[in-house]
Design a protein around this ligand. Structure first.
Ligand SMILES: Nc1nc2c(c(=O)[nH]1)N[C@H]1C(S)=C(S)[C@@H](COP(=O)(O)O)O[C@H]1N2
Ligand SMILES: [Mo]
Length: 393
């Protein structure tokens, strides 16, 4: 009883953040493939609804896991109302330290070369167990590399920062020392010119071969493969080049993680160095998404979010058993999420706890929540292991 309450309270707190608390029916069971029998999770809060009809925020029901997330299941989240943009009237403004300031129509952008398709898997940096890890998806984005557009307009030699501004804006509290201001702010994120000129950043106009929907940033968005969702600016209206650093709300204030290195991670002992960490590359994370009956055993399936630099292993642990290697499916491409499977033999009837952990090529091991929380003070970038409870019949 009390555990249930605690979990609900935690969930409510987390969801308040994204204004997602929906008191609607149970989390519907996803369609199973022919002959597939679900081994149900017992840890999904009763009132948890990942996609309330008409709600601007949508989570993926992770039990519907597939290598390519269908466009209507793709998660969606943003800070302001989703702007309605007329594709015909749309113009992308290129301003600031460019040789030829200009405005490009969607048709002009769509004929630019090269046309690149990149499969990219990402999550919101606020994704965690509180949202049942559903603020994540992986899809095939196509568009034109940002560097092609920048070369087209010509970059001034002193330009150091590429600012991408969304059409969306709204009134937000801005805190300066002891003062709070109500300011009308536009969503914006920036990249250094070095990062912007790399081949990966993509100005995407399509997802899975279809034009972006309004929720996905129609008509044009940035995709930073291997980075957290916040970097993927939707509804891009202007790209502005400047010499000084961009310090907008969503760059310099909101999307920072307070992280420690060294020592024990306790504030008081003085040996841990604390710093504000910019939210960029995805931290290695694996999540168990579904369990099904398979022959005499059960099959555990999940996904891995990563920064594209390689995943060394994923392991699964059942109850107090040993860590055992799972099989990784990397067929989605370098920056797509990876899937994993584990054959769970000899499961006894009753409730079990199963958990996964991934290790990336650099040797970073997905941490347990306890140790992670000692070194990370803010809630963003929670890549902790997510133990799940299932009922075997
Ligand atoms: N213009 C704009 N782009 C935005 C945001 C926003 O509020 N405005 N939110 C960001 C955040 S926090 C995330 S996690 C991703 C979500 O991308 P998705 O809705 O396509 O899944 O969009 C990013 N791009
Ligand atoms: Mo996000």
């Amino acid at each position: 009883m009390s555990t249930e309450l605690t979990r609900r309270e935690t969930l409510a707190k987390g969801l308040a953040l994204t204004s997602l608390l929906a008191l609607v029916p149970d989390w519907a069971t996803p369609a199973l493939a022919q002959g597939e029998v679900e081994v149900p999770f017992t840890d999904i809060p009763k009132n948890f609804n990942p996609a309330p009809p008409g709600a601007p925020t949508r989570m993926l029901d992770i039990r519907k896991l597939s290598m390519v997330t269908p466009k209507d299941d793709f998660f969606a989240i943003q800070h302001f109302a989703q702007p309605e943009i007329d594709g015909g009237a749309y113009r992308l403004k290129l301003s600031g330290m460019v040789n030829k300031p200009m405005e490009l129509s969607l048709a002009e952008i769509k004929v630019m070369k090269p046309v690149v398709e990149t499969a990219a898997g990402y999550e919101c940096s606020g994704n965690s167990a509180r949202s049942m890890e559903g603020l994540s998806s992986s899809g095939k984005f196509s568009g034109v590399p940002l560097n092609a557009v920048l070369k087209h307009v010509g970059v001034h030699p002193d330009a150091a920062e590429v600012v991408l501004l969304g059409t969306d804006r709204g009134v937000r509290d801005s805190v300066f020392r002891t003062q709070t201001f109500k300011l009308n702010q536009q969503f914006g994120r920036s990249l250094t010119i070095q990062r912007a000129m790399k081949p990966e950043p993509l100005l995407a106009y399509a997802l899975n071969g279809e034009p972006l929907t309004k929720a996905q940033g129609f008509p044009l968005r940035l995709i930073m493969p291997g980075w957290y969702g916040v970097c993927n600016v939707k509804w891009v209206s202007e790209i502005h080049l400047q010499e000084q650093r961009y310090v907008g709300e969503f760059e310099a204030r909101w999307y920072r993680t307070i992280r420690g290195t060294g020592g024990t991670g306790e504030d008081s002992d003085g040996s841990t160095q604390w710093e504000d960490n910019e939210i960029t590359h995805l931290n290695i994370k694996s999540v168990i998404a579904r369990v099904t009956k398979k022959g005499s055993g059960n099959e555990i399936t999940g996904f891995i979010l990563h920064d594209g630099s390689g995943v060394k292993s994923v392991e699964v642990k059942v109850d107090d058993g040993p860590w055992q290697k799972a099989t990784i499916d990397e067929s989605g491409g370098k920056y797509a999420w990876k899937l994993f499977k584990f054959n769970w033999e000899g499961a006894t009837p009753g409730e079990h706890t199963i958990v996964s952990r991934a290790t990336d090529a650099a040797g970073n091991v997905q941490p347990e929540a306890g140790p992670l929380n000692k070194f990370k003070k803010t809630f963003l970038e929670d890549n902790s292991q997510f133990p799940r409870k299932v009922m075997v019949s």
